[in-house]
Design a binder for this molecule. Structure first.
Ligand code: GLA
Length: 380
């Protein structure tokens, strides 16, 4: 928890009208020079965690911890020029540990999203993983990349490089996987995340970022009045355990049609079988195009006017409307993480691809390099 006093990481003033919340991260605590009693300094299995702050020339700031490669906060200017923290996160490493199964802000791996019954075969061999979301394995198993302390290197004031070596058979996955994730806060107000990985044995990889956004600012109510547009004519419907059925179905005429800007709340409680299975939106969208030329998704906060455009080289996008959020955790400004008070746009390959050969492959072989980029760009 953030507390007042010398060790406070994030100063905030919260006027009566919460839409004008202003936040700033004090200069004195940037670049890993945190006081020893700060909530982001912790030793886990002999490795040290820190909070790193990136700044761009427009005053945007991104705070990232090497515990799980997590985006902790992101200060973005709103229409009035106020800085709004659009990433919902915890105020300490202990907060993140407690909220583990929510994956706040985390880098997810080795396999983001679900693998049916925690099992797949690769080159004729069977592999099993921990059922972190029974009856399936979710987001890398028991101790995925979100719970590892990454090695961190500040490249410059706008760039942080994180590296992690996942050992052969860690969490049941074959091959030693060397992973590099670079966060860059660009001068056109984007957080660009570049992923790279190599392996010494054939394996599967699906890396993503699990930031929870509220474009009205953390602690400013639900995201139901945000508008969302997703450039996807199709999605992958799921079974009752959120594993894709294998079909690719049109969104047209369903609550999944975000081809034009629609509020998240408009159809989230519809009597639709897929909506019921997800408890809201928790589905993979099959992107019409990927690459950095056009956004795959555009989201707008109704109170701040902040617009987030998502660009990715990945073929899929898991749109998660915070359905499992239930107020169990206290976030960095002291607000509870209530139901649907944030959303995630997880760029990825499709869930359960290792068991669904008709989906784009997630197999990585020795000699190949996994490379993918995603960018969250902010406008007002
Ligand atoms: C992903 C999953 C969801 C949920 C969240 C975190 O979005 O698809 O079902 O696990 O992560 O709670």
């Amino acid at each position: 928890m953030l507390t007042a006093g010398a060790a406070m990481l994030v100063a905030f003033s919260q006027p009566a009208n919460k839409t004008t919340i202003t936040t700033s991260i004090k200069d004195s605590v940037i670049y890993g020079k945190l006081p020893a009693d700060s909530g982001f300094e912790k030793t886990i299995k002999g490795k040290q965690t820190h909070l790193f702050v990136l700044k761009n020339k427009n005053g945007m700031e991104a705070a990232i911890t090497n515990y799980g490669g997590r985006l902790v906060s992101l200060l973005v200017p709103d229409r009035a020029g106020k800085m709004i923290d659009v990433v919902v996160g915890c105020g300490s490493i202990d907060g993140y540990i407690k909220a583990g199964s929510s994956y706040y802000g985390a880098t997810i791996g080795r396999y983001g999203n679900r693998i049916a019954k925690g099992h797949f075969t690769l080159d004729g061999k069977d592999y099993s993983m921990f059922l972190s979301n029974r009856p399936n394995s979710l987001h890398g198993g028991k101790e995925g990349f979100d719970r590892k302390v990454w090695d961190a290197k500040k490249i410059d004031n706008q760039t942080l490089e994180l590296t992690y070596v996942s050992k052969d058979m860690e969490e049941g996955y074959p091959g030693t996987l060397s992973v590099k994730v670079v966060y860059k806060l660009t001068n056109n107000n984007a957080v660009k995340i570049s992923y790279q990985a190599t392996t010494d044995k054939t394996t599967v990889v699906n890396l993503t970022n699990h930031s929870y956004f509220n474009l009205n600012g953390e602690g400013n109510g639900t995201i139901l009045n945000h508008t969302v547009q997703i450039d996807a004519d199709n999605y992958t419907p799921v079974d009752g355990t959120l594993i894709p059925t294998g079909k690719i179905e049109p969104v047209k005429g369903t609550p999944f049609d975000f081809t034009t800007a629609t509020t998240i709340g408009a159809h989230i409680n519809d009597a639709n079988e897929q909506i019921k299975k997800g408890g809201g939106y928790d589905h993979n969208f099959v992107l019409n195009k990927h690459g950095f030329t056009t956004p795959v998704a555009t989201v707008k906060g109704d109170k701040t006017g902040i617009v987030m455009k998502v660009y990715t080289e990945e073929p899929g996008l898991q749109f998660y409307s915070g359905n499992f959020m239930g107020g169990a955790n206290t976030m960095k400004y002291g607000d509870r993480d209530g139901h649907r008070t944030a959303f995630a746009m997880e760029t990825q390959h499709f869930p359960d691809s290792p068991n669904q050969p008709q989906f784009p492959t997630t197999t990585l072989k020795p000699g190949q390099t996994y490379r993918t980029q995603t960018m969250y760009k902010f406008e007002k």
